[in-house]
Ligand binder design. Structure first.
Ligand SMILES: [Cu+2]
Length: 457
């Protein structure tokens, strides 16, 4: 901590502890780059320090740094942000450096890092470095290991990255509000040996949930269980980036969960193993094949697979209520009810009123339902064969031949070789044969029931 002492001694305002850092900001703070959009930035290859294979953050970016006498210096600014969740809906969130989640911090095992955190929120904050083995006073738990960072002040965290793996950062101050507002970011520590657990494509994102009323833009921060927007890096389908990979690439996807429930993340057309948790690497001898990995609350799983099956593969949370977007409260079941024209009339009286479809809910995917402003259809996204009827935690892994090593551009939809797509059978249907009902039994009744409200989805 030598250079920290030097740093503080050099300050003109050496009487006020860490708060003084902001007084010398103009001279000593590294730049705090900002980002004003939710596009995926290309991987950030290191220009200085040890080499590594950088990650790609879905709908996000990695924070540039500067080297200063052997320290890797980053600057995070905690602040209110406007985040587009998908085209058609923008939310008022809190985040870092212009976006929620904040930028991914990437460094290398053994690096000494100095992270400046400037608080531009309307209340105090801290940052906890989830999973990092560090000195207690750098752990970022407000009141326990440091005073909270007051509004307008900058604090400095300094520690050495002792082990490689997948971690995250988030506040440990007024946590319920600050995480419900979107304050979080990925933190990746690359192995010192770039060939250790090497992959060709390495993705990172965080699971976050919000409760935003249809027609509103600000999450309800007191919500405990009843969330209606299930996001990857504060984006919902169809706003989530595809994972573009070259055929036969080894792929890692680092998934952190900062929602209040678990998410079984499922891939099609491949199987994977869990290669890393926020506790460290899983030895290869201890892995087993999966197609879904449950990501517990407050945990991280990095899955690894070889992308050997070309195509457009669904990749999603397997809880079916997590692959849809916001519904109004008390949505009635309307299956079997002809309500054409009713919603428009009700909407004049109750702006956030939405109807479920009368033939099931696929109507929502076809966007026939009138929606309040700044509200996404519950299910949407169109594919080469029509509406995909998804929302929330859903995207596509696009496995293609012949991509350049760092080409993450959307290659468009998969062109299926002739004879490899499910097709309609056009013969005569067989005569229906029904099993006679047992004596006293009525015929089969179709019942479709949805819970009132959206608790638990
Ligand atoms: Cu889920």
């Amino acid at each position: 901590m030598n250079s920290r002492r030097k740093f503080l001694a050099g300050s003109a305002a050496g009487l006020f502890g860490a708060a003084m850092v902001s007084r010398v900001g103009a001279a000593s703070l590294p730049e705090a780059p900002l980002r004003d959009n939710a596009e995926m930035a290309p991987p950030l290859f290191p220009k200085t320090g040890p080499q590594y294979n950088p990650v790609v953050t879905l709908n996000g970016w990695s924070l540039p740094w500067r080297m200063n006498n052997g320290w890797k210096e980053f600057h995070l600014v905690a602040e209110p942000v406007r985040r587009q969740l998908a085209p058609g809906m923008t939310a008022n969130l809190w985040g870092y450096n212009g976006q929620s989640p904040g930028p991914t911090i990437e460094c290398v095992e053994g690096d000494r890092v100095r992270i400046f955190v400037t608080n531009k929120l309307p209340e105090h904050t801290t940052i906890h470095w989830h999973g990092i083995l560090l000195p207690n006073g750098m752990d970022g738990v407000g009141g326990l290991t440091q005073p909270q960072i007051p509004v307008g002040k900058t604090y400095v965290y300094e520690f050495q990255m002792k082990h490689s793996g997948t971690f995250m950062y988030h506040p440990h101050a007024d946590e319920m509000v600050q995480m419900a507002m979107g304050m979080m970011g990925s933190l990746v520590v690359h192995p010192r040996d770039p060939n250790f657990m090497r992959v060709e494509r390495d993705f990172a994102f965080i699971l976050a949930a919000y409760d935003i009323e249809p027609g509103a833009a600000t999450p309800k921060v007191a919500e405990m269980t009843d969330f209606n927007l299930w996001t990857w890096n504060s984006r919902v389908f169809p706003g989530i980036d595809s994972l573009v990979v070259r055929r036969n690439d080894r792929v890692r996807v680092r998934i952190a969960n900062l929602t209040m429930t678990n998410h079984p993340i499922h891939i099609h057309g491949h199987n994977f193993t869990v290669g890393c948790t926020d506790g460290g690497w899983v030895p290869k001898s201890a892995r087993w094949p999966e197609t879904s990995a449950d990501i517990p609350v407050g945990a991280i799983r990095a899955i690894e697979f070889v992308a050997d099956n070309p195509g457009d593969w669904a990749f999603h949370c397997h809880k079916s209520h997590h692959v849809m977007n916001a519904m109004g409260h008390d949505v009635p079941t309307m299956i079997g009810v002809d309500h054409r024209g009713v919603a428009e009339r009700i909407n004049k009286l109750i702006p956030d009123y939405m109807l479920m479809g009368e033939r099931g809910m696929a109507d929502m995917g076809e966007m026939e339902m009138p929606l309040p402003d700044n509200t996404l259809p519950m299910m949407s996204g169109s594919g080469p064969f029509g509406s995909i009827e998804m929302g929330g935690m859903f995207t596509v892994v696009k496995v293609r031949d012949g991509l350049a090593p760092n080409d993450y551009k959307d290659p468009g939809w998969y062109q299926h070789p002739a004879g490899t797509v499910a097709y309609e059978w056009t013969g005569e249907p067989p005569a229906a044969v029904r099993t006679p009902a047992a004596a006293g039994e009525k015929g089969p009744a179709l019942r479709v029931k949805k819970p009132a409200g959206h608790a638990g989805h």
